[in-house]
Design a protein around this ligand. Sequence first.
Ligand code: SAM
Ligand code: DTB
Ligand code: SF4
Length: 322
Amino acid sequence: MSALRHDWQASEVQALFSLPFNDLIFKAQTLHRVHFDPNEVQISSLLSIKTGSCAEDCGYCPQSARYDSGLTPQALMPVDKVLQAAQQAKDQGASRFCMGAAWRQPKDRDIERVVEMVQGVKALGMETCVTLGMLTDTQTARLKEGGLDYYNHNLDTSEDYYSQVITTRSYQDRLDTLARVREAGINVCCGGIVGMGESDKDRALLLVQLANMPKHPESVPINMLVQVEGTPLMGTEPLDPLTFIRTVAVARIMMPASRVRLSAGRNSMSDEMQALCFLAGANSIFYGDKLLTTDNPMTNHDLALFERLGLHAGGSSYALAS
Ligand code: SAM
Ligand code: DTB
Ligand code: SF4
């Protein structure tokens, strides 16, 4: 069993990115097989429980109040409606239900309603994840007490590139929230977005930040930017798909016992590209016709892809071996 490392240097990570493609994928797939069933993919479904009118200025996001993306804002949903959606996700085969809110940070009274949602979803027999923005210590404690399994909070990119994309909160704010989530004993889901015009070095530095945390995030979403009309990042030069696949492979090598999630952007990926992402070590996806506000592949298409690739759904988040 290989030991998990937390002392990665940017130069060695850049060297991984520069390996011949076959060597990189072989290395990633070999490590993947040490820690996981190579044909098993964990499946989560997403629901936007509070949509739009967000105070932050994240340049990729259609939910910021500052950009005109044509989105209809929606207040925090009633608990019963959320539970209906969770039941439907379960019936379609999802094992985890992820609820996202377009907040800079929740109010304490919002947390109480979210806790009711978490308890209701758990009662259906599903794992729970929420992503609500920055949290206080009291809020993380309350979510833990309410039974929350995972908190998603992304670093998005390298510390250097971050200020090109977001100005309304700092990288350190994100690291602080992540430390609070970890401290509260909630599993961490943390990754980033590629295809935002960042450099090779930025992608390497993002992965260094993630892997050098005292404990690797249990779940590492790698999102391909979904370009949305009206957002500042609309029109960004698209990333070479092979660079996306390399990013998945390097994440797998650096955090071999974590679930690496092939996240946003699948709707514009070919089946063959997704197959290469699974080969590179991705072993979880968002499943269901919608992400938060944008389209995801149709469930019947995903089921057919799983069938064609001989993949099966299942699995807890972190490799038992770790
Ligand atoms: N407001 C909370 C926050 O930002 O932490 C939670 C919701 S926010 C929409 C969750 C994550 O979705 C962001 O951190 C970002 O990584 C991802 N995301 C948002 N818009 C995206 C896009 N257009 N393409 C890819 N990922 C995106
Ligand atoms: C994550 O890393 N990606 C998901 C989830 N965590 C919350 C969100 C993707 C959002 C894509 C744009 C949208 O649908 O609004
Ligand atoms: Fe708001 Fe989250 Fe979108 Fe940023 S990513 S604008 S914080 S909803």
